[in-house]
Ligand binder design. Structure first.
Ligand code: GLN
Ligand code: ZN
Length: 769
């Protein structure tokens, strides 16, 4: 295909860039500041240097308009809270005394004051700090951070566009301040918030902004007519301002749906839309809405949240179609590049041939620039780039890594029976009761025990060659011995080996599966200074050999009580990795499920009578649009059942999920057909037990009675109280006693005390039955 040159030159831009720096300098500076080893001035200087480097990188690559204000010491939603002056009352003194320390107090809490709640940024693995708003909230504009960073970029001679969280999304992400009735809707504060945005916009214009971007990703979710109406009012009001820069309203992560005509008709100057596969419907919807006459369209054609090289010809075709729909079309990634690592060039351990399949932030930037050039000057101007891109795509498509005939034959042969246990739950429960001989209210844990400094040192020693594999495994066995003997002494009923050998519950398995890649420097911000290195599920997945069996059987050899085998489920494996984009997620999930099914089978054959398959991510990867959820839940629950359905009736399958909001997936939890589920419940006073009961959940459940997110040790009375609450919803024959989640982040002293109290509580309540 040849694209004719566009009338106006297309500009290349991005909405945000990784914040941390190539060597995670930002993490080091911030954590150093917390420990008192780095001064505030030094931290500010490091941050300014990182911003400068990022802007230069973008500009040198050919980006025409760089983003500003996307940088953050912790989180851009928290920055927005500061920008609109919505500081919670409990943090006001700290913020007044020292804005930087007050900022970190809001993010992390202090010994006296609780932080803001943290939750997931849409369906990404980034977490934001939830604004707390109430009827008494007074907004006050504080544009210093935004104007300051804009001026820094302008001083470098760059064209810069401040990026702000939009007012509607900000309010929709907020929750009522503690103490305010839960049905208070922060969106009712819109009229109070808009003047503050007006002030910030005027300040930004005065500071030199020609354009400002307002991000409204909340509008890609299902919205009520009242919410859409609020969006309409917001952009009518902001558009009508006279003292303002041009406004670009951005959305990403999905299609805009009903919000598209609302924004298209708003008196703003441009829209930025996601045109990647998941938001493909935006294209037809935009055409149906009559395009964007007189407006600028920023086309997010390069996937900003995955790590695969773009199909440049396909993107160019999309861009060509869009040319007919707006006054001017610019090129961008679908969302901020915050969600991908910085640079593939830092990877030394990945085969150079495969490395070319990947595009991290720097590579995506180059793709965007190439596309803008192609759009402006025609395909001939980028003929070399297009040819190279075709070669990369062909190499990926034809690689034996992405096409393993044995894996494909096996996934193709899966039948409905493979995803169903042979016996109904009632029969299984009886067989398990007979085989396991557990007391009522059996006690167990979720899997991991404290990951001590020694364990991490041992892993680092192994990597650095200071100890050999035999030496490392010796240390792991010693740890397992300790964990087993502690559990026996404490009187737990179903034991675990403690997961000492695992660096991470996804990475550990990814490293052992064929078809997965690990990166050395592929860090992505999860929250604050916590960065993760998601594995890349790059090819067809298979399991060359057992992954956990020897540790579980070693643990079992030390005790006569049952030791639970411990696996990460297929949905969580996908959710916490970068996933291939050349086949449906359901197909990848099925491949992972079959590999895990073999592991479950090997555990059973080696004498394991209880196997837990963790799916903490089942809830978090729910599609943003409710209409898309049934299809997701169908393949996700099927993958779990493929993993777990090959076992005997007397082998007990457990699953585990974190997070408290289960309302919309109770049905799916039922569809997993696990014999036992453990869930987070301590902080919500066993609410989930009641939700399960209300749904008529027929199987066994362990709502957590110990909140492992805090070092606080619950007393035996407190745990017993929670158990009694649980018993009001779930009968004793089906109620388990366990903590909320794994103990890997806890220290040994509180773990010991809490589990002793948990066992004591179970004994007390058993005595009352
Ligand atoms: N088995 C894992 C552990 O105990 C589960 C962790 C999780 O659900 N996030 O650490
Ligand atoms: Zn958990």
């Amino acid at each position: 295909m040849t694209t004719k040159p566009a009338a106006a030159a297309a500009r290349a831009t991005v909405y945000g860039y990784p914040r941390q720096g190539q060597g995670r300098e930002l993490k080091k500076a911030i954590e150093g500041y917390w420990k008192g080893r780095v001064t505030a001035d030094a931290l500010r200087a490091t941050a300014a240097g990182l911003r400068r480097t990022a802007w230069r990188q973008l500009a040198d690559a050919g980006v025409d308009e760089v983003p500003t204000g996307d940088f953050s010491y912790y989180d851009h939603v928290l920055d927005t809270t500061v920008m609109v002056g919505a500081i919670p009352a409990r943090h006001r003194d700290a913020v007044a005394a020292d804005p930087l320390d007050g900022y970190f107090a809001m993010a992390r809490g202090t010994k006296d004051v609780a932080p803001l709640e943290m939750t997931k940024w849409f369906d990404t693995n980034y977490h934001y700090l939830v604004p707390e708003l109430g009827p008494d909230t007074v907004f006050v504009a504080d544009s210093a951070k935004q104007t300051g960073e804009l001026k820094e970029a302008l001083a470098l001679g760059l064209t810069a566009r401040p990026v702000l969280v939009g007012p509607v999304t900000y309010l929709l992400l907020a929750k009522p301040t503690p103490g305010v009735p839960a049905d208070f809707a922060p969106l009712t504060l819109l009229d109070r918030l808009l003047p503050v945005y007006a002030e910030v916009l005027a300040d930004l214009r005065a500071a030199g902004a020609a354009w400002v971007q307002l991000d409204e990703p909340a509008l890609v979710q299902d919205r009520t007519p009242a919410e859409l109406d609020a969006a309409q009012r917001a952009y009518r009001a902001l558009g009508a301002l006279t003292d303002r820069p041009k406004l670009l309203v951005a959305s990403y992560f999905d299609r805009l749906g009903e919000a598209l005509p609302v924004l298209a008709k708003a008196p703003v100057d441009g829209l930025a839309l996601d045109f990647t596969e998941r938001a493909a419907a935006n294209l037809d919807a935009l055409a149906a809405a009559g395009g964007l006459p007189g407006k600028r369209l920023v086309a997010g054609v390069v996937n900003g949240r995955n790590i695969w090289a773009d199909d440049l010809s396909a993107s160019l075709a999309t861009l060509g179609t869009l040319l007919g729909l707006a006054d001017r079309v610019d090129v961008a990634a679908s969302c901020s590049l915050l969600h991908v690592p910085l640079d593939t060039a830092a990877e030394r351990d990945i085969d150079p041939l495969i490395l070319r399949w990947l595009a991290f932030a720097r590579q995506k930037t180059a793709e965007i620039v190439t596309l803008a050039k192609g759009l402006t000057s025609g395909t001939d101007a980028i003929a070399g780039e297009l040819a190279a891109n075709r070669a990369v795509l062909a190499s990926r498509a034809n690689s034996p890594i992405t096409r393993d005939p044995a894996v494909r034959a096996r996934t193709g042969a899966v039948t409905a029976a493979d995803a169903r246990r042979a016996q109904p739950y009632g029969e299984r429960a009886a067989a398990q009761r007979a085989a396991l001989g557990l007391p009522l209210l059996p006690t167990t844990t979720i899997g991991s025990f404290p990951q001590t400094g020694e364990l991490r040192t041992a892993r680092a020693d192994l990597r650095a060659g200071r100890i050999d594999t035999a030496g490392y495994e010796e240390r792991i066995r010693a740890e397992i011995q300790e964990v087993i003997s502690f559990q026996e002494k404490t009187g737990l009923d179903v034991l675990v080996h403690g997961e000492a050998e695992r660096n991470d519950m996804v990475q550990y398995f990814a490293e052992q599966l064929v078809g997965c890649l690990a990166t050395q420097h592929g860090w992505v911000q999860s929250y604050g200074t916590r960065y993760v290195r998601p594995p890349i599920l790059a090819g067809d997945i298979s399991r060359p050999e057992p992954m956990t069996v020897r540790w579980t059987t070693y643990a079992q050899s030390l005790t006569v009580r049952p030791v639970k085998g411990m696996l990460t489920g297929p949905v969580t494996m996908l959710a916490w990795s970068f996933v291939r984009d050349d086949q449906p997620l359901a197909d990848t999930a099925r491949q992972v499920a079959l590999a895990l099914r073999d592991e479950v089978g090997d555990l059973e054959a080696a004498g394991t009578s209880v196997v837990q398959v963790d799916e903490p991510a089942l809830r978090e990867t729910l599609p943003l649009r409710t209409g898309d959820r049934p299809e997701y839940l169908a393949w996700a629950t099927e993958a779990f059942r493929i993993t777990t359905s090959g076992v005997r009736p007397d082998t007990q399958i457990h699953t585990h999920m974190c997070y408290a909001e289960f309302g919309d997936i109770v049905r799916a939890i039922d569809d997993l057909d696990a014999d036992v589920i453990s869930l987070e419940a301590a902080r919500s006073h066993m609410q989930v037990a009641h939700e399960l009961a209300a749904h008529g959940y027929p199987r066994e459940a362990g709502p957590g009675v110990y909140d492992i997110h805090s070092p606080r040790v619950p007393s035996a009375q407190e745990a017993a109280g929670l158990l009694r609450t649980g018993l009001a919803a779930i009968p004793a024959e089906r109620l388990w006693v366990n903590p909320d989640c794994g103990l890997k982040t806890r220290g040994w002293p509180e773990t010991r005390a809490a589990l002793e109290n948990l066992v004591a509580a179970a004994r007390t309540v058993r005595g009352e039955l």
